[in-house]
Design a protein around this ligand. Structure first.
Ligand SMILES: NC(=O)c1ccc[n+]([C@@H]2O[C@H](COP(=O)([O-])OP(=O)(O)OC[C@H]3O[C@@H](n4cnc5c(N)ncnc54)[C@H](OP(=O)(O)O)[C@@H]3O)[C@@H](O)[C@H]2O)c1
Length: 297
């Protein structure tokens, strides 16, 4: 259920990239008045203002944040602290405002200059991969948005998450680093693992344009198995079965045809032996596989 529109504060977006633009667009659609948007370049600010349907944009963030009850700093992580400091120094923080950033890794305490100017501070991290500015449909619908910070900031972030149709999860400030590491593995490293699979398939002579089509049913089936039976039960394949010879032939062929891919194959194989053991693979088979995967090419 969306929260009450009359209680919605005016928002300002600072950093008109992928996350900032999507937040601005869908919070505006959810009834939040937008005081304005600011970015490093006027071109980005103007584009985002156009997407939201407002005419207030700037490359001086303090000019749009001064009138906002909620400031969302959506610059790259490295620019959050300096941007916040700049806004505070220029008198752009309205006392009583809520200032939030969207980094998954960094704590809200980074926004101390805004707190010193009378704002309450927090962070609000959408647990999704935004590879482009997506405004065709609400990218926040059904995803987790994790929030942390001072109680008033958390309450505001929670209401916004609800209005974006996301699922709000409150996390401890100290937990952010490992939380973010988990997200990096689930999203970014998944891309790396898929790339390994794609490259091996291409080396086998399958057309580049077909590799995703070939592997997608297998990927989907594996995810469905994880959902159904969990880990390690979802693990199948030669390591789970203890097929030492099969794994040896993989190592042979990869070593001669794609030696550049061998170390990642070995490292993932080693981790998989641990899971196979947890699923019930007998100890001596696990040891043989482990030694095989360990040995020098
Ligand atoms: N992308 C994701 O998948 C994702 C997911 C969850 C959370 N996040 C978080 O969301 C935040 C934004 O990430 P993003 O992917 O949206 O980044 P992005 O697409 O690179 O956009 C960042 C924007 O900030 C602007 N900017 C850079 N330095 C600035 C400064 N000093 N002052 C004002 N604006 C400045 C850039 O400006 P110009 O275009 O004007 O040069 C750019 O448009 C980060 O904290 C990130 O960790 C990202």
């Amino acid at each position: 259920m969306p929260t009450d529109i009359p209680n919605k504060s005016t928002i300002a977006i600072v950093g008109c990239g992928k996350v900032g633009t999507c937040l601005g667009k869908f919070l505006s659609d959810a009834g939040y008045p937008v005081a304005g948007v600011a970015s490093r370049s006027m071109a980005s600010a103007e584009r985002t203002a156009g997407i939201i349907g407002i005419d207030r944009f700037s490359d001086r963030p303090e000019t749009v944040t001064a009138a906002a009850g909620i400031v969302l700093i959506t610059t790259p992580d490295d620019a959050i602290a300096s941007t916040c400091q700049h806004i505070a120094d220029k008198g752009g923080v309205c006392p009583g405002a809520v200032v939030l950033h969207c980094s998954g890794a960094l704590p809200s305490t980074l926004l101390a200059p805004a707190k010193a100017s009378g704002a309450t501070i927090g962070s609000m991290h959408p647990l999704q991969s935004f590879a482009r500015i997506e405004v065709e449909k609400n990218p926040f619908c059904g995803i987790v948005v994790s929030v942390e910070g001072e109680p008033a900031a958390v309450a505001t972030a929670r209401a916004m998450a609800q209005d974006l149709e996301a699922v709000c999860v409150e996390i401890r400030t100290e937990a952010k680093t490992l939380y973010h590491a988990s997200a990096v593995v689930a999203s970014n490293y998944l891309v790396t693992v898929m790339d390994l699979a794609f490259q091996l398939l291409e080396s086998a002579g399958i057309d580049t344009c077909d590799v995703l089509k070939v592997l997608k049913p297998l990927i989907d089936g594996t995810l469905a198995n994880i959902e159904k039976v969990g880990i390690p039960e979802a693990l199948t394949g030669p390591i789970a079965r203890g097929d030492v010879e099969t794994v040896a032939t993989h190592l042979d062929q990869i070593g001669s045809l794609r030696p550049d891919l061998l170390s990642l194959y070995r490292a993932l194989g080693q981790a998989t032996v641990g899971l196979a053991r947890a699923k019930g693979l007998e100890a001596n088979r696990a040891e043989q596989l482990s030694q095989l995967l360990d040995s020098a090419p």
